[in-house]
Design a binder for this molecule. Sequence first.
Ligand SMILES: [Zn+2]
Length: 389
Amino acid sequence: MSTDVTVAQSAPGPRTGRRRLVKVLPEDARRHNKSLVLQALFPEAELSRADIARMTGLTRVTVSDLVGELAEEGLVRELGQKESKRPGKPGTLLSINPYARVLVALDLSDSETLNGALVDLSGRVLSRDAVTIGGAVGETAVTATIELAQKLVAVADRPVLGVGIGTPGMVDADGVVLHAPNRSWESVPLRERVAEALELPVLVSNDADAAARAEHSYGGRAETVLVVHVALGVGAGLFINGKLVHGHRSAAGEIGHVSIQDDGVLCACGKRGCLETFTSVPALRAQLDELTGEPTDLSQRAAILSGAGEKLSRVVAPLVAAIDFDEIVLSGPLDLLGGDLVDSVRENVRMRTRSAFRNDVPVRTTDLGEDTVLLGAAAMVLSGQLGVS
Ligand SMILES: [Zn+2]
């Protein structure tokens, strides 16, 4: 096994035009290699030790050693013999044991209710809990978040790997919520606060980034994907070549406040005609609530949702042109996003970006239902604690 290696990392360093060189300690290399083994098995692969060696480039001896350690920790289990037509002893199939640990996941994106769940390693929701905060903000909302996490930890029947939180607003790499206007949070060290109270690893990210993580880890698993999360606001999470893009000031994907109509209604941010004023859940519900229930309303409803999709496509199309995504996924209330809205986004993005050198990008709603932020919060813990995604 390698003991003392120096590798180039593309982590942000001083802008010298060169990659930062980081010395890797033996224990880091071992941890890294264990992550490689788990990654080969994630989320639901069944492989022999020889398969894993082939996939990871590690030697069979190293793989056997690491699998032994992971089995002792309960994370990997043996399933039985692999069927083989070749002569010789067949390999034993291995998988991740999804029940070995549990993840605490919190979705803070609703203004009235904080939602939480216990999630197993394969992304299955085991139990749920929620607290109604009735629009509470500031310190009250922080305390409610901690209490919800504590309640979930208290009912966990196996070791808790960590706590993942998806929250509205801009979140930095240290889990500080820099700016979440609907919670009145300014520079709130949410990760530190929850970690101190629970004495567990805690990871915090923006809700749209969490939705993107869910799609990357448990959904379509595309490597270069744009996930548009429609909730109180409209945000996007971008995975490019398997890496979540954070941006210079943790503000990548903040598409909701792109102005698309100069004389549109005034937005909370001070500009006019922001995307959020057309396509957020409150904006859509308000327009639909005005419908009277006459037979013509079905076409009116379709017109409202198609119109919102067209507005969204104005912001998404330039991103498609710039990044060339594998696919676009919409996440949020599926009664609003499915059907007319997603069809309109697909058609309008196609019209705005079509060219000889580009295939139409697939546009769909998420297959993960309305748990995308919760599952993404869980995926963040998996990535942070076990190195798999
Ligand atoms: Zn705005």
